[in-house]
Design a protein around this ligand. Structure first.
Ligand code: TMP
Ligand code: MG
Length: 215
């Protein structure tokens, strides 16, 4: 029986370089003759994704809880496809997942929307075999130049997101998922660290015949 696909997520703040690292990783896996499907969240192309896009661009207002549930629904739309890919031996590389979902919503500091509440709607989704967290310091992020004009691209939110990512990486069960990489290095060095981490994940999953878990 062929090995199942692996589910690898890249996470981090805006400007950490996730999208380009995802692309490189998918290309490297493909170059090894492995099947790979690269996706990103939010997927702005679906009807729910278009509502999220309008919210992020400031063209539409949403209650904090409502937009949180839309981000989650946007993952559930693709969950069965992710599972089918993994079963078929296709590796899935994802740019942002429910970890972003939890921290960005909780960064709004609403009393009724903490990390624990934020995690609930994503329970049952396929859980990644590893989450590669591209960590970037405040100073390095500032050097990389301005954010765009989207909803969460302000210093106050990004600082709070940074704190909450640290918090999420220190509590069970998320603690075990994260591999932290210094994204302040040269792009090539970051790519090498990502590749090294991914190879370890492949070895671990195949050696122990680990089944895909759920959130
Ligand atoms: P992007 O910059 O990767 O396209 O993501 C757009 C913004 O959406 C980014 O600031 C992070 C935020 N986000 C959430 O608030 N919740 C989520 O579930 C996801 C996936 C992203
Ligand atoms: Mg962004």
């Amino acid at each position: 029986m062929p090995a199942r696909g692996k589910l690898i997520v890249l996470e981090g703040l805006d400007k950490a370089g996730k999208s380009s690292q995802c692309k490189q990783l998918a290309a490297k896996l493909a170059a090894q003759g492995l099947k790979v499907n690269a996706i990103s969240f939010p997927d702005r192309t679906t009807p729910i994704g278009r509502m999220i896009d309008a919210y992020l661009k400031g063209d539409d207002q949403q209650d904090d809880h409502a937009i949180h549930l839309l981000f989650s629904a946007n993952r559930w739309e693709v969950a069965a496809k992710i599972r089918a890919d993994i079963d078929a031996g296709i590796n899935v590389v994802i740019d942002r997942y429910y970890y972003s979902g939890c921290v960005y919503s909780a960064a709004k500091n609403s009393d009724s929307l903490g990390l624990a509440w934020a995690r609930k709607p994503d329970e049952g989704l396929p859980r990644p075999d590893a989450v590669i967290f591209l960590g970037i310091s405040q100073e390095e992020a500032a050097k990389r130049g301005g954010w765009g004009g989207e909803k969460y691209e302000t210093k106050a939110i990004q600082d709070r997101v940074r704190e909450l990512f640290v918090q999420l990486q220190s509590v069970e069960p998320e603690k075990q998922d994260f591999v932290r990489i210094d994204a302040g290095q040269d792009l090539e060095e970051v790519a090498e660290d990502v590749w090294e981490a991914v190879q370890k994940v492949f070895k671990r999953v195949d050696l122990h015949g680990e089944a895909l878990r759920v959130v």
